[in-house]
Each structure stands twice: as structure tokens, then as C-alpha cells.
Design a protein around this ligand. Sequence first.
Ligand code: PGA
Length: 253
Amino acid sequence: MRKNIAAGNWKMNLDLDAGKKLASEVINMTADEVSNDAEVILIPPFLHITSIKQLAGSSKNVFVGAQNCSNEASGAFTGEISVEMLKSVGVDYVVVGHSERREIFGEDDALLAAKTKAVLAGGLKPIFCCGEKLESRESDQHFAINKEQIEKGIFGLSKEEILKVVIAYEPVWAIGTGVTASSDQAQEMHAYIRGLIADKYDQETADSISILYGGSVKPGNAEELFSQPDVDGGLVGGASLKSRDFVDIIKAF
Ligand code: PGA
């Protein structure tokens, strides 16, 4: 179901005390100040998930996500975390294919397709990320790159499955750089992605999927980005580490 979503990806930041403080502030400020129906997803490091889930327990619109998972169900995979484990501590969403996983950890399309399948098989919802690097945009390859990532990552899914996926378009050149895609650039790519889904599945399916923008979303640009017809929210990194900034972003719908 297409929803407005503000997801805060904490990446590898904050110890447990700082994470609990941030989550409590966001949960309380959201309850006090936010009147829209946006869904809020807190995505802390694995270790903090249980504590953050407890804090979010009473809140009906604050959900908890994981930044990654294994594609394997269980076994001798030292250092990995399975979907079942995430489910057992109350995780709702799992980020799959963040550009940092693709680039730094070498996760390829086949692995990301397997992770997406594993998340869905476990009854959780993937936040599937795609996005081009600067050189691809400069050489006008950005549509082709996103198309390939989407086709290889999620077009093996059934219609029923893809309806549970949230897509995040995150141009790599805008992540952590302070450079945001313009609202026109974001809208153009989001409409393109929605068109790909309509061609592969159908228009109703495409219209039901939330497509988030990620890359230097801040309180000062969130409203303009979120007002675009095909931008259904944000996957927010740096600004999600400050409660005031993140709640202002949630209020921007
Ligand atoms: P940023 O990160 O908001 O710090 O640019 C976004 C992301 O990587 O999800």
C-alpha cells in the first residue's frame, strides 16, 4: 500500500545510550508534533534493535528496520544475521542493497535479489535501494543503471511480493555529500521507476508502491522533495541522527 514514509538510516553511528536517547526523542516529538499519517521507520545498528523496538512498542506509526540481513536462513555464516532473527526481535523492514553495501561490501545484483526474497519469505518488508554514481549521471547512463538494478533485484518477484517492497532511489553522488538531487531530478527518476513497474506488472501495482528518495535529505529540502507526485518520502542518513532535524523532516509531508 502506497504510504508516506520517513526512514532514518543511522548507519554505523551511536552507541546504545545515544541510540536510545535519539529514538525516545523522535518517538515523543512525533507523538507531540506530527499530525500527518506518515510512517516513521528507525533503522539502527543491529545491536540496538531490541532496545529501540521496546521504546517504539507503544507507538502506532513508528516502526523498526534493519540495515542489512543475510540471504541464508541459518548455519555457519560467522558475523551474519538472518531474517528470522530480525523477525524475532520485532523488525518490520530490512534495507537491501544500500549503495554502501553494493560498493564497500561488493554485494551484487544476484545476492540482493536473494536477500529481497529472503526478507519477503520471512514476512518482513524490504526497502530496496537503487541509484547511479556520478559518472553514470554525467554520461547519461542513469536511467539504464537504475533500470538494471531494479530488473535484476526485484523483477523476479511476483506481483503479490512486489506490493510489499518499498523502493528507495538514492543517487550515490547525493549520499552524505550535502548535494541533494533537485526535486525535478528526483521526480523524473521516481516517475521513470514507477513506469518500469507499470510496464512489468500493471499501473495499479505501480501506483501502490512507495518510492523514497535518499541523499542529503534535510529539513530545508524535505518539503519540496516530498511534494513531488512520485516521491513518497525519504531514506534519511545524516539528518536522522538529530531528533529535531528528523522530526522536522517527518513533518514535511
Ligand atoms: P544521507 O544518507 O542522508 O546522509 O545523504 C542517505 C542514505 O545513505 O540513506
